[in-house]
Design a protein around this ligand. Structure first.
Ligand SMILES: Cc1cc2nc3c(=O)[nH]c(=O)nc-3n(C[C@H](O)[C@H](O)[C@H](O)COP(=O)(O)O)c2cc1C
Length: 354
């Protein structure tokens, strides 16, 4: 069977695959543009998106605002008419400014995770930008969509459900990860029922997209059979020619074995999935002083005085210095990647009819 396009209101992606946002510096214009060109949805991560800008050290916020436009325009050029959007963490310091800037530059979609984006509908009001929250539980889906309905009489354009096999920050408890993996299909079915109920109330279809551990075409077919309209994949796109991360970062994926991917404690207060290395060993028993605060997270999500290490610094180090001494986020399937490929080859494989 051929894959059906992903239809989000009037926005259409030929292939129902969204490339998950990867910060810092992993999903920028080259990767997002290439994915969009192949018919998927390419997503730029706004997390310190301007780290390569000259003014970044002096004024990270300004550098990030500038880079949002530069990276988006470049991705759109590469995409040749394809769909490009942003991933913004709701926990970002001055989150509202990031959302407004992404709308201003013409984002096709905005996907918000790492916290519940309670005022997102208000921030995109009057624009063509489609919005999606990332949720990991039915409870979160109900609370957020209920709130959007009550406050704004609006609903999501689509919903991304992120399961516990994903890379990066996870919306699950670290000590019950295996249980969460076992329960995820049931949770997903409940979320789909909740989202469909909101869809009926608003007389529209709200696509549900599953993320976390999706690797092959049969994985995609499986989630479509559960009632999803598409999938979000991130890890699979890291070791491609187009991915914006440096070679050393990609090499750490190639070198990783199954037992090398594990759960870490992030100062954001959520667990994260990453490649075990010298840095992840160090943070088990050491507090790493903050070299410089770049105000990446809101005060509610980062207590500058008590955090064990700076999340921004260590994610930046992973793309600017030696990844082995930094935090390399990766999904549970990263060990399956054995060699570098291209975005086109991945799409050729995923779109081959079973
Ligand atoms: C290196 C890396 C960085 C990530 N950074 C972010 C991020 O900044 N914000 C976010 O919402 N999700 C982030 N994620 C999660 C992905 O967007 C995606 O939902 C998830 O990894 C999907 O699972 P998969 O990697 O198994 O395909 C990241 C994932 C990886 C692997």
């Amino acid at each position: 069977m051929t894959l059906k396009p992903l239809v989000i209101d009037k926005l259409v992606a030929k292939i129902p695959v969204i490339q998950g946002g990867m910060g810092i510096g992993v999903s920028l214009a080259n990767l997002a543009g290439a994915v969009a060109r192949e018919g998927g949805i390419g997503i730029l991560s706004t997390a310190q998106i301007g780290y390569q800008e000259e003014m970044f050290e002096k004024s990270p916020l300004r550098a990030n605002m500038d880079a949002i436009k530069k990276q988006f325009d470049k991705a759109k050029e590469i995409a040749k008419g394809g769909v490009v959007g942003f991933n913004i963490m709701a926990a970002t310091f001055q989150y509202e400014r990031y959302v407004k800037r992404c709308v201003e530059v013409g984002a096709d979609v905005i996907i918000c995770g790492a916290g519940l984006p309670v005022n997102l509908p208000e921030l995109v009001e009057g624009s063509k930008t489609k919005i999606a929250p990332i949720v990991s539980s039915n409870k979160a889906a109900k609370v957020l969509l209920g709130l959007w309905k009550k406050r704004y009489n609006k609903t999501a354009d689509f919903v991304v459900v992120e399961g516990p096999k994903a890379g990066g920050h996870l919306g699950f408890k670290a000590d019950s990860m295996d249980e969460s993996i076992e329960n995820m299909d049931n949770e997903l079915k409940e979320i789909i029922a909740t989202v469909n109920a909101f869809g009926e109330e608003f007389n529209r279809t709200i696509p549900v997209i599953f993320a976390g551990g999706v690797y092959t075409r049969s994985d995609i077919d499986y989630y479509l059979s559960l009632g999803c309209s598409g999938v979000q994949m991130a890890t699979r796109f890291v070791v491609t020619e187009e991915c914006d991360a440096p070679e050393s970062y990609k090499q750490s994926y190639i070198d990783a074995k199954e037992g090398d991917i594990g759960i870490i404690k992030s100062p954001v207060g959520m667990p994260g999935r990453a490649i075990k290395n010298q840095f992840t060993e160090r943070i088990k028993h050491e507090t790493i002083p903050i070299e410089k605060c770049r105000n990446c997270l809101s005060y509610k999500h980062c207590d500058r005085k008590t955090i064990p290490y700076c999340i921004s610094q260590t994610l930046l180090n992973a793309v600017t210095k030696e990844p082995n001494h930094a935090l390399v986020f990766a999904g549970s399937n990263a060990y399956r990647i054995k060699e570098k490929t291209t975005v086109r080859k991945i799409f050729e494989e995923l779109t081959q009819a079973n």
